[in-house]
Ligand binder design. Structure first.
Ligand code: NDP
Length: 307
């Protein structure tokens, strides 16, 4: 059976940064790219807040550059999805694509998280063309325009207030007759003049055309009445789910399914297994924080292998 000193699962900023550090430390990491090679950034267009790119960078380009940088130092980057893991003893056993088995002395989990979407065909059609699940990433493109945010939690309220500072008007579309967000966050929303909260509304359809992208949304109120709003941006803030199904019952997870790490480190509940990026971070979820934690995981891993 094939053996690896360091096995990295996931190819977002966390996985590739871990691979850069681990390969430079001569640990010959093997990295499996997973379901979405390049991770969430490949679904955005321009990335303007990753340090080092004063003119911004296309999300796909940034990930291609990170991949190239990891490969340059000898990281063994492979297409493949980890389908089963056994962390009960070392070396750990990981099955890829249901058949290839590999033994790993250490494991870096960087499988990320996925934003939840409503599941409307029109929403899928305009993804990256006005439909976004990250106001911090994409809000800037909607300056002085009208946009909508879906959700009633802290993220939705935070994103609505952030967008309100850039946009002309923000509709907050909430399915219940109340917000679930903390009191302070709610107060901030209600105190912001250019946010209009539409309680008991659901989105029936995202409207748009191929040339302009999103132009509006058709909303349905709980009493069955419908209305259309004119918007250029449609932001989802209905939560994320960490991609940790593979590790359930083997690594300690929090109530939401995120991997628990020892504070200030990347160490998980299993010695020799490290977590980096959104898979352990429900709070910041930024490319740069993921990259930083990928670096931490590689350094923690290096120390673990040395001792
Ligand atoms: P939450 O799970 O708290 O909220 C999700 C929201 O989306 C809810 O209002 C929910 O509605 C709504 N929703 C879910 N599915 C749908 C759907 N299909 N259609 C319409 N609406 C839907 O997620 P958040 O991302 O807001 O927060 C996650 C965690 O992170 C929370 O614990 C939060 O407190 C924390 N957080 C803290 C922040 C801070 O302290 N600054 C900032 C951001 C997040 P419903 O209420 O009806 O279920």
């Amino acid at each position: 059976m094939e053996k690896a000193k360091v096995l990295i699962i996931g190819s977002g900023p966390a996985g590739f940064t871990a691979a850069i550090y681990a390969s430079r430390a001569n640990l010959q990491p093997v990295l499996y790219e997973g379901i979405e090679p390049g991770g969430q950034l490949t679904t955005t267009t321009e990335v303007e807040n990753f340090p080092g790119y004063p003119e911004g960078v296309d999300g796909n380009q940034l990930m291609a550059d990170l991949r190239k940088q990891a490969a340059r130092f000898g990281a063994d980057i492979r297409a493949g999805i980890a389908t089963r893991v056994d962390l009960s003893q070392r070396p750990f056993r990981v099955v890829v694509d249901g058949s290839t088995e590999i033994e790993a002395e250490s494991l870096i989990v960087a499988t990320g998280a996925s934003a939840k979407y409503l599941g409307l065909p029109s929403e899928t059609k305009f993804r990256g063309q006005g439909v976004s699940a990250c106001a911090t990433c994409d809000g800037f493109f909607y300056r002085r325009k009208d946009v909508a945010v879906v959700g009633g939690g802290d993220t939705a309220c935070e994103e609505a207030t952030y967008l309100a500072s850039l946009c002309r008007k923000v509709y907050l579309i909430v399915r219940k007759p109340f917000l679930r967000a903390s009191k302070a966050m709610q107060e901030r929303v209600f105190a912001t003049e250019n946010i209009e909260v539409l309680f008991e509304h659901n989105t029936a359809e995202v409207l748009g055309d191929d040339a302009a992208g999103v132009t509006g949304a058709r909303l349905r109120k709980s009493d069955g009445t419908e209305r259309e709003i004119a918007i250029s941006g449609f932001f989802l803030a209905i939560g994320h789910h960490p991609n940790t199904e593979l590790f359930a019952g083997q690594l300690e997870l929090d109530e939401e399914g995120y991997i628990r790490v020892e504070p200030g480190t990347s160490r998980t509940s299993v010695e020799g297994v490290f977590a980096a990026g959104d898979v352990k971070d429900p709070r910041y979820r930024q490319a740069i924080t993921a990259a930083g934690s990928g670096c931490m995981a590689a350094l923690d891993c290096e120390r673990f292998l040395l001792h």
